[in-house]
Design a binder for this molecule. Structure first.
Ligand SMILES: Nc1ncnc2c1ncn2[C@@H]1O[C@H](COP(=O)(O)OP(=O)(O)OP(=O)(O)O)[C@@H](O)[C@H]1O
Ligand SMILES: [Mg+2]
Length: 340
């Protein structure tokens, strides 16, 4: 299927005290209608900045530098004015975030906030907008939607608030939904319901979704395709089932090895695997691969020259010099860690 969003060679620099700092490097992604792309990586890898670049909600106060191309529905977003982007946000592209309380206004009812969004983009009366809001809440499986519309955000549970946010985000039937860690603050049962809701809405409305999470378990449950980010680069990308079946970048393997296993036979004292080191500061200049200092398979070339994207036999894109020689089993990483 033709992608609705096509990001090519996206770069982003943000102003800091010492000058400009490069946050994103050569990011390329595709998302098709009715499909969910998972964007995964450790904290600080650039997931949210990629989303903010698409919606142009960047923190640079207008001094940020955006390079490359973001094509949405065949139009180039990087060339749009702020006024055009305001019309696109909420109507064609919606976002939901980790903590709905920070996005919902505490002094207005849910009904008032939902109808405000609907009436910003559609020329209809408050009563008509209220009816649409009620239908939308019902479609995200909220019973007694009319009662919820009269509630203030503090009167609802975290899971209910996130359903309301999804309802608001979908109220104008956007073509693209960006969900940035939408389930991180929820318990696992509510999380499962919210994931189901996003997946079902995406299929039913044909909405393309970018689902951001640092949780590989969540990504593997909900996504069709996946892109693994590290220090502003996409280091591995492909169909989710393929990437999780045969992860080929040492960073993807390390992330998978770091997922805690639920097993009743785990002995007290068994240690969880953690990737050694931390994500480099974006202002830190590096000649080679930015994962090299933490990579157990790094060789001289990894420290001196940046890798290029390679299409592997399994059909993933991998950004690594040594993906072929690095041992394919995830367990090998645990072994290397034990030796260190
Ligand atoms: N306002 C800012 N000015 C300069 N750099 C910033 C700013 N906001 C974030 N950054 C940097 O941009 C990089 C990417 O941040 P981003 O928020 O995209 O990470 P993330 O992958 O979403 O992490 P998390 O999982 O913690 O949300 C980080 O190194 C961060 O320090
Ligand atoms: Mg983030």
């Amino acid at each position: 299927m033709e992608p609705i969003l096509q990001i090519r060679h996206l770069s982003l620099s943000l102003p800091v005290k010492k000058g400009m700092v490069s946050i994103l490097h050569d990011v390329s992604l595709d998302v098709a209608p009715g499909q969910i792309l998972g964007l995964v990586g450790e904290s600080g890898s650039g997931k949210s900045m990629t989303a903010f670049a698409v919606t142009r909600l960047l923190p640079g106060g207008g001094h940020e530098k955006l390079g490359g191309s973001i094509r949405f529905c065949g139009e180039e977003l990087t060339e749009k004015s702020e006024k055009d982007m305001q019309a696109i946000r909420g109507r064609d592209i919606s976002m939901i975030f980790q903590e709905p309380m920070t996005c919902l206004n505490p002094v207005f009812t849910i009904g008032r906030q939902m109808t405000d969004v609907i009436m910003t983009h559609q020329k209809i009366s408050r009563a008509e907008a209220m009816k649409k809001a009620e239908d939308m809440l019902a479609s995200v499986h909220i019973r007694q939607a009319a009662d919820v519309l009269r509630c203030y955000p503090y009167e609802l549970s975290g899971g209910m608030r996130q359903r309301v946010m999804i309802g608001i985000a979908l109220s104008c039937r956007p073509k693209l939904l960006i969900a940035d860690e939408p389930t991180t603050a929820l318990d696992v049962t509510v999380q499962a319901k919210i994931l189901y809701l996003i997946r079902e809405a995406c299929r039913r409305l044909g909405t393309a979704v970018i689902f951001i999470s640092h949780d590989l378990g969540v990504i593997s449950q909900i996504c069709d395709t996946v892109a693994v980010m590290y220090s502003g680069h996409i280091v591995e990308a492909g169909k989710a089932a393929d990437v999780f079946e045969t992860p080929e970048h040492p960073y993807t393997r390390a992330l998978m090895a770091a997922v805690p296993k639920f097993t009743v036979s785990a002995a007290a004292g068994d240690r969880l695997f953690a990737i050694p080191g931390i994500v480099p500061d974006p202002s830190e200049a590096m000649a080679g691969c930015r994962f090299a200092p933490r990579c157990p398979f790094a060789t001289e070339i990894c420290r001196t020259a940046p890798p290029s994207d390679t299409l592997t036999g399994a059909g993933h894109l991998v950004y690594c010099h040594n993906w072929q020689s690095a041992a394919p089993a995830i367990g090998v990483l645990r072994g290397k860690e034990a030796e260190a």
